[in-house]
Design a protein around this ligand. Structure first.
Ligand code: AQP
Length: 341
């Protein structure tokens, strides 16, 4: 059975981009057809300036929203990254295979480092190295497929490169994973700045639809979305990014095709109105389940504890094998067993 792994970072409240680009597919497709693991990657949230209490709160909220979005612990494994030590153990070993040049080429590093500097903050070393931790997240589980939005494909490429390099140097240890991207809404853009991705840690609140926004807030944000100078509704990602973004959101919410939908509208106003209602309808059941789950926090904690136990048992043999392959001396009982080898 195909092994699938993906994660979500608790750096802000989850957005419509996270949902349409990743979470919805995890719930509707991946957990049914694969042996799937989904993770709140909280260690990644420490790579930029953070408030510890907020990260804890957002981690719990992200886990709750994953379940609210339809992940079923009977069908898949849901857990928190820092509960499973194997991620950090493997990350260091992979840092010994990755190069400084590879890290500095990462687009997210360049963008986020520039943003930290613009905010007058120093750039944490972990911001440079976190793609290696992400590779460890993926490789520890012998993952075949990583369903992600467009922005993450470069990181999955790195995981592939590190797996191939490690296997060539130290012997066959890792499965080489591939990225899987959604057909529509692979990159939902900020409603106020349609040239930039809708990111949960961005400053521009009015351009970001959060999964827990009230219906009226969603409507306001969509109705105020920046459109383009033309008048007719045409799907043109390069020339009309604002309208194209709305058409993609509408298509992702209703199951249509953005180009065909464009032909059906005569005005921006009507497009915005329908898009706003479609988003409200998509979010409605997620918000209702989130409310129910918040009333029973011990259920969520129990899911995460069982998920971490399962994930640990899955990751440990691969990470132990990587330690042996790269030349580290086995400890304790394992050393006695291996002494004769
Ligand atoms: N705007 C988006 N459109 C489509 N997919 C998106 N994803 C994120 N934003 C969009 C996908 O959501 C999954 C989880 O992403 P993440 O939380 O690990 O981090 P990210 O990709 O860096 O997302 P953000 O929201 O932009 O976070 P910040 O602002 O902290 O950097 C991934 O599969 C991602 O592709």
């Amino acid at each position: 059975m195909t092994r699938v792994f993906s994660g979500i970072k608790p750096t802000g409240h989850l957005t419509l981009g996270n949902y349409l680009g990743a979470m919805r597919r995890w719930a509707e497709v991946d957990q049914h057809g694969a042996d799937a693991l989904f993770c709140v990657v909280d260690l990644h949230a420490l790579t930029v300036d953070h408030d510890p209490a907020r990260v804890r709160r957002l981690s719990r909220q992200a886990a709750t929203l994953l379940l609210a979005a339809g992940l079923d612990p009977q069908l898949c494994t849901v857990f928190v990254q820092s509960h499973v030590d194997e991620h950090a153990r493997l990350s260091y070993v992979l840092e010994c295979v990755a190069t400084d040049g590879e890290m500095r080429r990462m687009i997210q590093y360049k963008e986020k480092a520039a943003r930290e500097r613009a905010r007058g903050r120093s750039v944490r070393l972990s911001l440079l190295t976190y793609p290696v931790l992400m590779a460890a997240d993926i490789l520890a589980y012998r993952t075949d497929e990583v369903p992600v939005g467009d922005d993450q494909t470069q990181h999955v490429e790195l995981a592939r490169d590190l797996a191939v390099r490690f296997n060539q140097r130290y012997g066959q240890t890792f499965v080489v994973p591939r990225a899987a991207r959604p057909q529509v809404a692979a990159r939902v853009m900020n409603l106020q700045e349609p040239a930039s991705k809708m990111g949960k840690s961005d400053d521009s609140g009015p351009g970001i639809v959060y999964l827990l926004d009230e219906p009226d807030t969603v409507r306001k944000k969509v109705m105020r979305a920046v459109t383009d100078s033309g008048r007719d509704v045409v799907y043109d990602r390069e020339g009309r990014p604002g309208v194209a973004n709305l058409l993609e959101i509408l298509a992702a919410c209703t199951g249509g095709d953005p180009r065909a939908l464009g032909e059906a509208y005569a005005s921006y106003g009507a497009l915005k109105k329908d898009t706003a209602e479609a988003v409200v309808e998509v979010l409605r059941p997620v918000q209702a389940r989130h409310k129910d789950l918040c009333a029973d926090p011990s259920y969520v904690e129990d899911v995460l504890r069982r998920g971490a136990d399962r994930a640990r048992a899955m990751a440990r043999p691969t990470v132990d094998a990587a330690y042996r392959a790269i030349g580290l001396l086995p400890a304790g009982a394992e050393a006695v067993v291996n002494a004769a080898r």
